[in-house]
Design a protein around this ligand. Sequence first.
Ligand SMILES: CC(C)(COP(=O)(O)OP(=O)(O)OC[C@H]1O[C@@H](n2cnc3c(N)ncnc32)[C@H](O)[C@@H]1OP(=O)(O)O)[C@@H](O)C(=O)NCCC(=O)NCCS
Length: 300
Amino acid sequence: MPSAVSTPATRADGSLALLHETPIRRLILEDLPACLRLAQNRQWLAEEQKWRFLFQVGQVYGLDDLEGELAATTVLTSYGSALAVIGMVLVAARYNRQGLGRRLMQHALDAAGGVPVALYATEAGRPLYEKLGFRTLRTTTTHVRHCSTQLVAARANLVRPATPADSAAILHLDAQVTGTNRQVVLHHLFQFAEHVWVLEYNRVIRGYAAAWRNVEQVVIGPVVAPDAAGAQQLVAAAGSTLGEGEWLRLEVDARHPALGAWAVQHGLQPTFTTSLMLQGAEALPGNRAQIFAPIMLALD
Ligand SMILES: CC(C)(COP(=O)(O)OP(=O)(O)OC[C@H]1O[C@@H](n2cnc3c(N)ncnc32)[C@H](O)[C@@H]1OP(=O)(O)O)[C@@H](O)C(=O)NCCC(=O)NCCS
């Protein structure tokens, strides 16, 4: 009589077939611990605060495996009718290259409803996105620095902490620069960020930046400025809030080599590069030359 216990190979095949039929579901905050376990399974950090923020601003999707663990996730964030962004595309290592990433991505693209979709791709993710019709626009380099001395920029007196009275001007500037409506995301970012700074001259707000905490790092993003000098002033101001020994992280868009060079001069070492990719349009909306750093790689 054949054994009732299947071999590992048949068990894996059977599980996978069932997994392909399991519906993708919208995750809720209670799923956060499982999201963190999945991230750690792929050697990503357990970025609890960042996930909490993403649960507030985006739609988090996931797929449960037969053991009740999350097999895969993705987050879709919509910016009105002009753009949506996808982030946190993760498939548990044990299900690698078995079609789950494609399935989650297709679900998020369908949920986006036909608007152009952007994302920042790791090298591991880029082949999958290319197969789904995404095209690389340019790269972004992540710089990190262990703080021991203050960052210094010329004319730093043009930068000051933002106040609630600046919100309308920041939202107006952001809409012009991104060509999208990021009001919901920015509203939550202003709560989530530890600091928000504005660059102001002649009584007009020309730029802004936020600094938010992510595990042991403080991330400066977004950085929106009229030029590299303004971006440096904002980064220096945000960096000035860090204590001795803290880690600073900045994602510099490759179209701004002057900020990248300044960052390196100030000890912000390049660590890895991601590709900004777009599907469904030739170019991103807005006047993106003024975006020096995204809010975070999961968001644009
Ligand atoms: C990147 C990742 C999400 C891919 O998920 P996956 O479930 O393994 O991908 P799929 O099996 O759905 O692959 C879909 C397609 O992309 C291709 N593909 C996937 N990974 C690939 C790779 N590393 N190299 C070449 N092709 C690849 C597959 O061949 C497949 O093509 P096909 O459908 O025509 O056969 C997964 O490897 C992962 O979580 N990596 C770690 C985290 C990460 O970097 N995420 C991306 C963040 S931007």
